[in-house]
Design a binder for this molecule. Structure first.
Ligand code: ATP
Ligand code: ZN
Ligand code: MG
Length: 504
């Protein structure tokens, strides 16, 4: 990457002696700053410069490095020098223009936008990004690096738009003789087990399906998590923006959150007009309400692992605790699924157990095998499901080489999806199976992002999301609602069932 930077430094006052004062020192300081900040083998130089009153303008070029780092280094040196010799400070430093030229292996297929002032051109396998008016904070904070990465990423994604994720079958249970073909949500609605919730994508589960959902939860805990030494935590239900910035969710899925707002005040006097309007109109005074609550301050739990990582942030885990294995079932997941909603299997509010594990790479690979074995026991021997597992990778990630797929020995970091056949959707071959849970080893991404350490060696993490509604739907779609047709292992776990409530 080539960087070319037109900078402006505003001094605390005009320099006594003007340009002549700088002539003797500036080139030397620039050379030193370039050499020190750009690192070995990087060619950098200062181009023309000019001083007018308190305004110093200059250009810096780095052939294969980060010119803004050299500018910051030069500013530091200039502050010391001018303070010492002329009692003059440097008030502000900014890049008027920062031109970055870098390789793009694939040409863009559509315009690429950026939300900060810039110009962008593509040609000859290269992109030239010219950022305008970067202040000191933006320079220090390396906005330029991130803008380049964003352009590269956007171009790469254009080439994979609409393509499905990479999917490779890992294991498949034997086909089972399944006779039920009804959509279980429809069946439960017909029998008044469920009622479509009072707000979007939510369901009210009556005593019977609630009992079945909790039975699934008990099976997961007793048959998978406790035997493997997982311990329960109880985490808060709201995720801070700070957490989601660290995990990447805030840039990844901002359109899927339910955002949390707070009252601006809990003083009844502040709410008087609102409550009076409610009393008189019996309607929600929406405009009034909008003025009385804050903007979003957090999001309702999207996944539980981010908050689990937050719990461990800044801590050093004692070696003998590894692998650390915990699970949360307290936070209820909320997602704005919009057009994708369907039945109880794709809802805006669902109940999930999320186990999270941290340890050495070897420990996590061993734990993955143990989890796979325990899950197989549950799905084969207790729920008697027809199910399969697949190694899945988003196409752009595969392309970036972050996760190996074809070579089995490379399948270390990544995600395994568990899918169940839903007869109501059609044939085994043509229909889409339901992802009812997954299992990931993520590597050191989250320990790094949250500064979680251990005494020595590498610390990796991963999680496995057990979606209870999905377990239930997979089971009922294959086995139906009649308990006498359920496998003995499940019936034993379920015990005595609540009565079916009759409505007249
Ligand atoms: P999908 O591809 O089906 O949208 P996902 O990749 O978004 O799933 P994850 O974010 O990996 O799912 O969440 C882990 C688990 O949480 C899923 O395997 C599933 O069991 C459950 N889950 C996710 N979204 C929903 C939903 N909208 N309704 C019910 N369960 C869900
Ligand atoms: Zn997770
Ligand atoms: Mg999803």
């Amino acid at each position: 990457m080539r960087g070319e930077l037109d900078a402006e430094l505003v001094l605390s006052q005009s320099l006594p002696g003007g340009r002549a004062t700088l002539e003797g020192v500036l080139p030397g300081l620039a050379e030193e700053a370039l050499a020190r900040s750009l690192g070995k083998g990087v060619v950098g130089r200062m181009g023309p410069w000019n001083l007018e009153g308190d305004r110093l303008t200059l250009t810096l070029t780095a052939e294969n490095g980060r010119a803004h780092q050299a500018l910051l280094a030069l500013t530091r040196r200039l502050k010391v020098e001018l303070g010492r010799t002329a009692k003059v400070g440097v008030r502000t430093v900014r890049a008027l223009r920062y031109r970055l030229t870098f390789d793009v292996p694939k040409a863009p297929t559509a315009p690429v936008s950026l939300p900060i002032p810039h110009q962008l051109r593509f040609g000859d396998g290269q992109a030239t990004l010219e950022l305008e008016g970067l202040d000191e904070e933006a320079l220090r904070d390396n906005w330029s690096d991130r803008a380049v990465t964003l352009v590269e990423d956007k171009v790469l994604r254009q080439h994979y738009q609409g393509k499905e994720q990479y999917w490779k079958l890992l294991s498949q249970s034997p086909a089972r003789n399944l006779t039920v073909t009804e959509d279980p949500t429809e069946a439960m609605l017909r029998r008044n087990w469920l009622r479509n919730g009072p707000t979007k994508g939510k369901w009210f589960l009556g005593p019977l399906p609630a009992h079945l959902l909790r039975t699934m939860e008990r099976i997961a805990i007793d048959e998978v998590l406790r035997p493997l030494g997982f311990e329960e935590v109880v985490q808060p239900h709201h995720d801070s923006f700070d957490i989601l910035l660290k995990t990447g969710h805030l840039e990844g899925v901002p359109g899927e959150f339910y955002y949390v707002a707070e009252p601006k005040s809990r003083d009844p006097a502040v709410w008087e007009r609102f409550t009076d309007l409610v009393k008189i109109t019996r309607k929600v005074p929406e405009a009034e309400l909008a003025n009385l609550v804050s903007g979003p301050v957090a999001v309702s739990c999207y996944a539980q692992c981010p908050t689990t990582y937050w719990w461990l942030s800044g801590r050093t885990i004692a070696q003998e605790m590894l692998p650390l294995k915990v699970f949360d079932r307290a936070a209820i997941s909320n997602r704005y699924e919009s057009g994708g909603r369907h039945g109880l299997e794709r809802v805006d509010e669902f109940h999930r157990i999320e186990p999270v594990y941290l340890g050495t790479p070897e420990q996590l690979l061993e734990l993955r095998e143990q989890l796979l074995a325990r899950y197989a026991h549950v799905f084969n021997d207790i729920l008697e499901l027809e199910w399969r597992t697949a190694w899945v990778t988003p196409f752009y990630m595969q392309q970036s080489g972050a996760i190996g797929v074809e070579d089995e020995t490379q399948r270390i970091k990544g995600t395994i999806d568990f899918e169940a056949y839903l007869p109501y959707r059609g044939t085994r071959e043509a229909s889409e199976w339901l992802e009812f849970q997954n299992l990931s080893i993520v590597g050191d991404k989250y320990p790094k992002a949250f500064t979680i350490k251990t005494q020595k060696g590498e610390l990796w993490s991963g999680c496995t999301g057990i979606g209870l509604e999905r377990w239930l739907i997979a089971f009922l779609a294959q086995r139906g609602l009649d308990p006498t047709a359920w496998p003995a292992g499940f019936r034993k776990y379920a015990g005595e069932l609540p009565r079916e409530i009759r409505f007249l």
